[in-house]
Design a protein around this ligand. Structure first.
Ligand code: SF4
Length: 476
């Protein structure tokens, strides 16, 4: 397969390139655009024309420089072995293949797609969608030979994508609904995915019947179909093996797969916990479950949530703390579909541990929340800071309050409230949570080699921090 006729290079070497705002020619989809999608549909051999590429709306060269634009990518595939079950997995390769293109960045999936095309690549001649369509067609046909025919359509005019957008959403919903009847206890095999290891080398998704892939794009059925047609590919079967702890979701086969695929970086995983050896998170998660230590509860925030969550932090800041293939207790990447699962963070208390989530997510999963909790978990419309959250939880008798009693958090809360009466909140010490690792070098006197201090997952509390400039006389 050659790309020499194209103006830009294509290859694995370009995966992981980041295009900053100042360097981008255009942004396609992303948080500023409401309707965006990428969709793969399987067709009969006579329904599509191999090699066809269509653009519905303005082409790349006609899009305003530096702007954010609507995007829809429809890829239709046909072949004797192509089945509907493979659509989700073929679709997920759009992420990988787009990132192969020099000077191009693709993030997220499905209705969250976010692409940036860099100025340098645009100036080199990557100024038509047809080029991207050709890249997709060549990569798909060479890497997934079961695809015999492939047709690509780009939608860039929002007014002309309503019908196909509705089809995309209905297709995603139908895929998600399919797994809901299946239980983890009833299957012998889970599926692993390492597609995101180019960004997060120690990350592997374990896709079970009741724990969807973090990106929300690959179900257990999708994993099964992919592993069947390409068992040595990035999606593969994991035999559950011995059940070490069924409640927590600890399986010998899963631990072994982690050990092998992360080269020993991750060896123990509890699938249904955000705290105890949690499933790793790459950067493609749809949402984050994040600890709110002041109430001993978990909040949920998703990628499209604008503004700050109840703890005062935006999604992007918490995503930095969560991503990177690490196991960070209390910062847990997950799919929206996992919120609908009976296995949703069961070790941590499930829905009873959730104390805040955005209204739009609540609306989407409302029917799957326990009835008694539906109207007592606040959203951004009910509370906007931790103080309001505490009051709301107490006033609505949220079950998290029982944990305060059990864990002594009630006493701490009362103590905090007493202190608040004495010291304004703005002057009180706040915990500085440092997920992951931070390193600092302390130089020694007289130019001698200093030493390093490495903080791992540290939480630092300080009543007061004093930074003083040393005078010459102080140094002596
Ligand atoms: S988030 Fe997980 S399932 Fe989705 S592509 Fe990445 S590794 Fe695969």
């Amino acid at each position: 397969m050659s790309f020499e006729d194209l103006p830009i290079d294509v290859g694995v070497v370009h995966e992981g390139e980041r295009i900053r705002k100042a360097d981008m020619q255009v942004e396609l989809g992303g948080p500023k655009i409401e309707k965006k999608f990428e969709l793969v549909l399987s067709r009969k051999m006579n329904e599509i024309e191999d090699g066809e590429i269509q653009i519905i709306g303005p082409d790349l060269k006609d899009l305003e420089e530096g702007g954010s634009h609507p995007i829809g990518i429809l890829i239709e595939v046909a072949g004797k072995e192509i089945e509907q079950d493979l659509e989700g997995v073929i679709e997920r390769h759009i992420h990988e293949y787009t990132n192969f293109v020099e000077g191009t960045m693709h993030l997220n999936q499905r209705y969250d797609v976010w692409i940036r095309i860099g100025k340098k690549s645009f100036q080199k001649g990557f100024n038509r969608f047809k080029i991207l369509g050709q890249v997709y067609q060549r990569l798909y046909k060479s890497e997934l030979p079961i695809i015999e025919k492939i047709q690509v359509t780009f939608y860039t005019d929002a007014s002309k994508m309503n019908e196909i957008y509705d089809t995309a959403i209905a297709t995603y919903n139908a895929r998600d609904e399919r797994t809901r009847g299946l239980k983890d206890d009833e299957v012998d095999v889970f599926y692993g995915c390492t597609l995101c290891q180019s960004f997060s080398p120690t990350h592997m998704c374990v896709i079970t019947a009741q724990r969807y892939a973090n990106c929300g794009a690959i179900s257990w059925f999708d994993g099964r179909a992919a592993a069947r047609v390409d068992p040595k590919g990035p999606l593969f079967a994991i035999k559950k093996g011995e059940t070490i702890d069924g409640e927590k979701g600890v399986y010998a086969g899963v631990n072994q797969a982690y050990k092998e695929k992360t080269l020993g970086a991750v060896t123990d995983v509890a699938l249904y916990s955000a705290f105890e050896n949690p499933h790793t998170s790459c950067g493609c998660f749809e949402a984050i479950a994040f600890i709110i230590p002041e109430v001993d509860g978990l909040g949920i925030v998703h990628r499209d949530f604008k503004g700050t969550a109840v703890n005062g932090l935006p999604f992007s800041t918490m995503a930095d703390s969560t991503a990177g293939g690490r196991q960070i207790p209390g910062f847990h990447g997950l799919a929206i579909e996992y919120l609908r699962s009976p296995k949703f963070l069961t070790v941590d208390g499930g829905w009873e541990r959730i104390v805040w989530l955005p209204k739009s997510i609540k609306d989407r999963v409302y029917d799957f929340m326990p009835e008694t909790l539906r109207d007592i978990i606040p959203t951004e419309n009910d509370v906007s800071n931790i103080d309001e959250l505490k009051t709301y939880l107490k006033d609505h008798n949220h079950p998290i309050i029982e944990r305060w009693v059990e864990t002594g958090a009630a006493a701490r809360l009362e103590e905090e409230e007493r202190r608040e009466e004495l010291v304004p909140a703005s002057q009180q010490a706040q915990p500085f949570i440092m997920p992951g690792q931070m390193m600092t070098t302390v130089p020694a006197a007289g130019g001698a080699p200093g030493f390093q201090i490495i903080f791992k997952n540290a939480k630092i509390y300080a009543e007061k921090v004093i930074i003083k400039r040393l005078d010459e006389k102080d140094k002596k």
